[in-house]
Design a protein around this ligand. Structure first.
Ligand code: HEC
Length: 159
């Protein structure tokens, strides 16, 4: 790398560090509404791509192993995103279905997220294998992990 480019790179890193230092240690989002929008968007993307796999597993759409694998890859990546957007103080700011239990039982909430990520890892492995029966079983496991968390931590209506 030329010296000038190196200097630019170094100043970018420095400004990024500066930005981080300006935020409270726990906050990855500047405002609660950003966090709420982010977690709702990531849940929505998760549901869209998981739904495409589920439609094939349920026979509503013709099975396409390649499409399952591509969607499973997106699901695996996106599933890791929402948890960080449920920080303290993000219980309001935009209409949200998040229940107060998320912050009262935060260990249980994280466990529910870990459970989903584990089930999605199984789905990803089954998707790479291309076996429809294994994919169906894994879709069932993932679906239960979504439902289990929603039953405990998600309100039916926006508040
Ligand atoms: C760890 C708990 C948890 C898990 C696991 C979980 N969700 Fe959610 N989900 C929530 C909560 C809480 C909300 C409400 C977020 C809000 O309104 O701020 C939500 C919201 C949603 C929404 C509504 C998004 C919007 O537009 O407002 C969809 C769709 C959704 N989840 C789908 C899924 C799917 C599909 C899975 C499984 C692959 C899943 N969720 C797994 C907790 C979870």
């Amino acid at each position: 790398m030329e010296k000038r480019k190196l200097l630019i790179a170094a100043s970018c890193v420095a400004s990024m560090v500066g930005l981080c230092a300006a935020l409270p240690a726990h906050a990855q989002f500047q405002k609660p509404e950003h966090a709420i929008k982010y977690r709702q968007s990531s849940m929505s993307i998760l549901a869209t791509h998981f739904g495409r796999i589920a439609a094939m597993a349920n026979g509503k759409v013709p099975f396409d192993a390649k499409a399952v694998a591509a969607n499973a890859e997106v699901v695996s990546m996106i599933a890791k995103l929402p948890l960080a957007a449920f920080g303290e103080g993000t219980d309001k700011g935009l209409p949200t279905r998040a229940k107060p239990e998320i912050w009262k039982e935060s260990a249980k909430f994280k466990e529910a997220s870990d459970k989903m990520i584990g089930e999605i890892a199984k789905l990803d492995a089954a998707a790479k294998g291309g076996n429809l029966d294994q994919i169906k079983a894994a879709v069932g496991g993932v679906g239960q992990s979504c439902k289990a968390c929603h039953d405990s931590f998600q309100n039916d209506d926006l508040k």
